[in-house]
Design a protein around this ligand. Structure first.
Ligand code: SF4
Ligand code: SF4
Length: 404
């Protein structure tokens, strides 16, 4: 599909980059059946192909319309369309350019601007979020259900093993996870310790994923640079990997090399950090024989979009669990987003709730002992329905978790 960028987008280079990405699309529509918003809403403009047409118009006309903003806002950034696309269209990168253009173009109603800024600030500032979480937990009985899920009751993290091994990996603390569920990284540290690896928590703050998904490009890039600066001294001392236990953050950190490629000061370090980033499954799948006996015998695994489509690790956690002797229930729609993609659990509550209900029904149909996932956003979004407990899959192999 040919795109002739408008002068304003020609000048800043984004029009040419968007045109190159749009060119790969041959309008075949194979992506539409994979798209959660199209499956829920049935509107071509809420499909990947429809959004690509809207973005082509945006970059050619040089102005943002309310329709473009509305239909792009509904996109969950799940990238299921990329997996389905036979032409290799990099929809995620195109949507990133579109979101940045939409935010820079102005015209977003002030109520939405305030809500998005509040969300970015509340979720990506760890100390502020921890304070709000404490207040939220106190007021939990009065909160509506969709907010209750964001403030689950406190759970003990358990001990973090003292450093004692030559092999070292880093755990970026991120923003939401250490306050809501510190047990996830602590479980990773305990598991790695039994394998002869010290996991060092690095106080990075937000990795930039949230701002990136909301089109706040400059803010997101600043957070990425801060994450790199925090990890870099450890990398120079020989840390062999950066373990990212939230697959949504992992998917973005693995893109740092691309996202900071035009920053002469950070490009090389960003590429190195991206290269070192690992999801836990990439570290543990070769060590199954040395893991603790599994805590559950029969589980349903919810593969986050950021894991299966973003990091292209589809089937890997399932294979690890199966190799450890855990039975996985069959799902009808394993590739369907749970609705938490991007920040849509909060910004598009109707779509998010419809997808969550569909996902929970699929996950609980065969009566699993637990639902396991790999991303904090999905974990919170799917919790609280009362049909099965929801955990990070690492808890399967963490003896401390069993004591809760
Ligand atoms: S599947 Fe790929 S090539 Fe076909 S319409 Fe969708 S994005 Fe375009
Ligand atoms: S990223 Fe997900 S929601 Fe967005 S267009 Fe692609 S499949 Fe649809």
């Amino acid at each position: 599909m040919h795109t002739q960028p408008a002068p304003n987008f020609e000048q800043d280079g984004t029009g040419r980059a968007a045109a190159d990405l749009i060119r790969a699309c041959v309008h075949c529509g194979f992506c539409t059946a994979a798209c959660p918003t199209y499956r829920i809403l049935g509107d071509e403009r809420d499909s990947p192909r429809g959004r690509i047409y809207l973005l082509k118009d945006l970059f050619e006309e040089g102005a943002v319309t309310a329709a473009t903003r509305r239909h792009l806002d509904r996109c969950l950034s799940c990238r299921a369309c990329e997996t389905a696309c036979p032409s290799g269209v990099q929809y995620g990168r195109l949507a990133d350019l579109g979101r940045a253009a939409i935010e820079a173009g102005g015209g977003r109603p002030w109520g939405q601007r305030v809500a998005r800024a509040a969300l970015r600030n509340a979720l990506s500032r760890p100390r502020l979020f921890a304070m709000l979480l404490t207040l939220g937990r106190a007021a939990r009985p009065l909160l509506p259900d969709r907010w209750k899920r964001l403030v689950p009751p406190a759970r003990a993290a358990g001990p973090w093993p003292a450093p004692r091994h030559d092999r070292v990996m880093l755990a970026p603390t991120g923003c939401v996870q250490p306050a809501v569920l510190p047990a996830i990284d602590a479980a990773a540290a305990r598991i790695l310790d039994t394998l002869g690896i010290t996991l060092v928590a690095v106080d990075t703050g937000c990795c930039g994923a949230l701002g990136h998904h909301l089109g706040a490009t400059d803010e997101a890039r600043d957070r990425m640079r801060r994450t790199i600066d925090s990890c870099w001294p450890h990398i120079e001392r020989g840390a062999e990997a950066i373990l990212v236990t939230a697959s949504g953050c992992g998917a973005v950190i693995k893109e740092y090399g691309h996202l900071l490629a035009d920053d002469p000061q950070y490009a090389a370090r960003a590429a190195r950090v991206a290269e070192l980033a690992r999801d836990p499954v990439e570290v543990l799948e070769t060590a199954v024989a040395h893991l603790a006996p599994p805590r559950w015998r029969r589980v349903a695994f919810q593969a986050p979009c950021s894991l299966q489509h973003g990091q292209k690790l589809a089937g890997r956690v399932e294979a690890l669990l199966a190799a450890a002797g855990v039975e996985l229930t069959a799902l009808d729609e394993p590739d369907l987003c749970c609705g938490a993609g991007g920040a849509n659990a909060l910004l598009q509550p109707a779509i998010a709730a419809a997808l969550a209900e569909r996902k929970i029904a699929d996950l609980t149909r065969d009566g699993p002992e637990a639902i396991l996932t790999a991303n904090i956003g999905c974990l919170l979004h799917l919790s609280g329905h009362g049909r099965a407990p929801v955990h990070h899959w690492l808890a399967t192999f963490d003896p401390f978790s069993e004591k809760e």
